[in-house]
Ligand binder design. Structure first.
Ligand code: PBG
Length: 326
């Protein structure tokens, strides 16, 4: 019989070591950014009902959590604040003794080398739950920028290593860059939520942070998930305004966008594996329907393969543990 001509792809798959030799994409603990929700009060460690394994933690119990994170080899955290008091203009966001500012100080005191990323937004601090100032039911752009810039400066003063604005007002990067530079923080980078879609995948986060809008939705400032080219426009203007990192958010249903942004810009790309993506995995795993470890690794490697350099993920602690075991 004549010898058939075809490629023998299986040559490179025949053993674990052969597969390791030709593996193209790797996930390291260094790639992970772990989100933390800090609350006011004492002795609180309350599990978020829609996010098993994720807690609202008060400052006195934060230290223990940070020790565990550092012990696992995780090098950066992103802090979200859940204040007791909210008002129309989100005063708690830019108060020098606000919850995130205090959590930042504590973290940098206990673990100076741990990178603290401060999420810079107003929605957790406003009584109406929107990410900016409201007038006649509209979220105003420019007045919101001033408050956001104030928030960023107070976070940098408290010791934040990176500022991560997430409110999707136009011009937020330039407003924050300008304010940071004026205040002497020209070395503090901006990790911009450049490409942030209006998404139902943020539902569990809003349970955790108590930040659901009391009226309307975020569609006038967050992006329409049907749009792909708009992502490039958003990323482009943020780079021009001085962003040092670009976040694409959510991640799982947006891997095409991660790749597009990676192909067009040479800043580090961050995929935000958001709350709803985490909750779906946890719920299925708790039902015994999926292999949690295998699924999480496949999903996060998929994000890296799509072009993410870093991943913000609630799975960070588990992943760091699994990577240690290997
Ligand atoms: C604040 C903010 C949100 C998330 C991160 N920063 C919520 C929102 O925009 O409604 C979502 C993160 C997640 O779902 O894990 N604006």
């Amino acid at each position: 019989m004549e010898k058939l001509q075809f490629a023998r792809h299986r040559r490179l798959r025949q053993s674990a070591n052969m597969r390791a030799l030709v593996r193209e994409t790797h996930l390291h603990t260094d790639d992970l950014i772990y989100p933390l929700f800090v609350v006011e009060g004492e002795n609180k460690k309350i599990e978020v009902s829609s996010m098993p394994g994720v807690y609202n933690i008060s400052l006195d119990l934060l230290e223990q959590e940070l020790d565990e994170i550092v012990e696992l080899g995780i090098k950066s955290v992103i802090l979200f604040g859940v204040p007791n008091d909210k008002d129309e203009v989100g005063t708690g966001a830019y108060h020098d003794h606000g919850i995130v500012q205090e959590a930042t100080r504590l973290t940098k005191e206990k673990h100076p080398e741990l990178i603290v990323i401060a999420d810079t937004c107003l929605c957790e601090y406003t009584s109406h739950g929107h990410c900016g100032v409201i007038e006649n039911g509209n979220v105003l752009n420019d007045p919101s920028l001033q408050l956001l810039a104030k928030t960023a400066v107070s976070q940098a003063k408290a010791g934040a290593d990176i500022i991560a604005p997430s409110n999707m007002m136009d011009g937020f990067v330039t407003a924050i860059r300008h304010a940071l530079d004026e205040a002497g923080f020209e070395n503090v980078p901006i990790m911009s939520y450049a490409v942030k879609y209006s998404s139902a995948f943020y539902g569990p986060f809003r349970d955790a942070a108590g930040s659901s809008p009391s009226f309307g939705d975020r569609k006038t400032y967050q992006m329409d998930y049907a749009n792909r080219l708009e992502a490039l426009r958003e990323a482009e203007s943020d780079i021009e305004e001085g962003a040092d990192f670009l976040i694409v958010k959510p991640a799982l249903s947006y891997l095409d966008i991660v790749r597009d942004v990676k192909n067009h810009f040479n800043a580090p790309i961050v995929a935000y594996n958001v709350s709803g993506e985490y909750s779906m995995i946890k719920a299925a795993a708790q039902n015994g329907w999926i292999n949690e470890k295998e699924i999480v690794m496949e999903m996060l490697i998929g994000m890296k393969r799509a072009g993410a350099d870093l991943i913000i993920t609630y799975h960070s602690k588990d992943v760091a543990r699994w990577l240690k075991e290997n």
